[in-house]
Structures are given as C-alpha cells and as structure tokens.
Write a protein that binds this ligand. Sequence first.
Ligand code: MG
Length: 269
Amino acid sequence: MKSTSAVKKPWMGLLAATLTVAAGAYAVAEVTRYAVHDRNRPRPPVVTPAAQFGQPPSDAIILFDGADLSQWQKGNGSPATWEIVGDAMTVTRKGGSIQTKRSFGSCQLHIEWKTPEGVPARVTDQNRSNSGVFFMGRYEVQVLDSYTDDDYATNKTYADGQAGAIYGSHPPMVNACRAPGQWQNYDIAFLRPLFDEKGNVVRKARITVFHNGVCVHNNLEIEGTTSHKVKAKYTPHGDGPIGLQDHGNPISFRNIWVRELPEQPYLIE
Ligand code: MG
C-alpha cells in the first residue's frame, strides 16, 4: 500500500511517507499515515456479517465446512487424512498434524472443537484430547480437555498447558471450558510479529482469544515460537500456515474460517 493521504502540507513528504517497518525475506509492513478526519482517506471495504454469530462473514476464507480437506495438508505436503463425519473432521490414527495449504499473517480465526466423552480416567494431563491451533505454524493456542469442577478434579495439568493457554507461556485468564462431548469455539485475533533486515523482532506478535465467547487473552504479547519445556523465543519468518496438532489424542474440529487482517494505518504525528 502506498501513501495515499491527500492532505497537502509542506511536511507531508516526510510524515505521510510510507513507513516500512521490516524488509527482506521477512514480513514487510507498509503503514500509511493519515491526518485527523482526512476526507480522502479510503473508507473501509464493506463486509456482510453472517446472520448468525459464529458463521463466516462475506470476506472469510472457508478452511473447513465439512465438505472436504482440500484446504489442508500434512507438513510434508502430502494430503490430510483426518476423518470427516458429518460437518466435523477428527484426528485419526497416524493422521498426523495438518496445516493450511495457504499461508497467513495477521488474521481473525473462528474454529470449533470438541473433545470426546467417555475418556478413561487414567487418561489425564496433556494426553487428554491435546491438540492446538498454530498461527504462522509457530504460535500455539492450546486445545485440551480442561473442563473441570471447582476443585480442579477432572483434569489437572500445568496452567500454561490448559485449554486456551498460549502454550508454555500464558494460561488463559479464566477457564471457560465446556464439558467433553460439547462443541466449543475459539474466536481469535492474531497480529503477526515483524522483523527487521537482521532478523531482530521489531514488533512481537499479539493475540486476543475468546473461548466460548469469554475473553481469555486480551491483546497479549506472545513471547516467541511455542516450545515444550523451553522458554519461547523468536526466530525470523514470513507468512506461515495455520496448523492443527495431532498429539495422538482424539479431537474433532468444525466450522473453521479465517479473515486476513491488514496492517492498520497510523495518524500523522
Ligand atoms: Mg497442544
């Protein structure tokens, strides 16, 4: 996007210049600046919301609606083999983790998931329907059966590994889980990280997560690439796929859609 402000001021050449905050092989963000109430500022495109909350608006990219797995593949590029039953897809034995064929940066994601009923009591902790949603193939919002009573009697695990956690760093602010066998949903706004030409982080990723309509992360800064038992740190990268984890535990997903989100302009200083 080029600088488009039509405000004619002597200082415009400097202040309205397109701000490139990263370059090279990594994310390139070109941010345009506008004056207050600039009437030549482009108005936002019109999006038609769905009639029902949770359904995709007109500009959404449908990632899964029950028809097929055409938007998904394994990490090695081979076809996704999760089982489709009705409008849901379910991890199958040796199905492996899957990811979108398309790459994304900043985005809004809606996804619904369900853990099975009747899981034996001996199946606990991180083996109780573990999965996860990975943004840019790196940053995991944990999926787990974390439904619990007030005594945390159902499934104990470490707080930064329960459902809704940014795995390994930030537990959800509250536990908004529904019981096994019930559909749950995440509505997530993800802001991509930006890197400079040397690969240094110039803006960390941020994430806002609603779990079953309850805000569990509010514009949270992500510490880096998700790891296990290792503190997250950043390594530079470009766009990446949205991934769904196969942890060897049964888990189902349905109604998955995404909206790509542009960089938002700044005001002229
Ligand atoms: Mg996981």
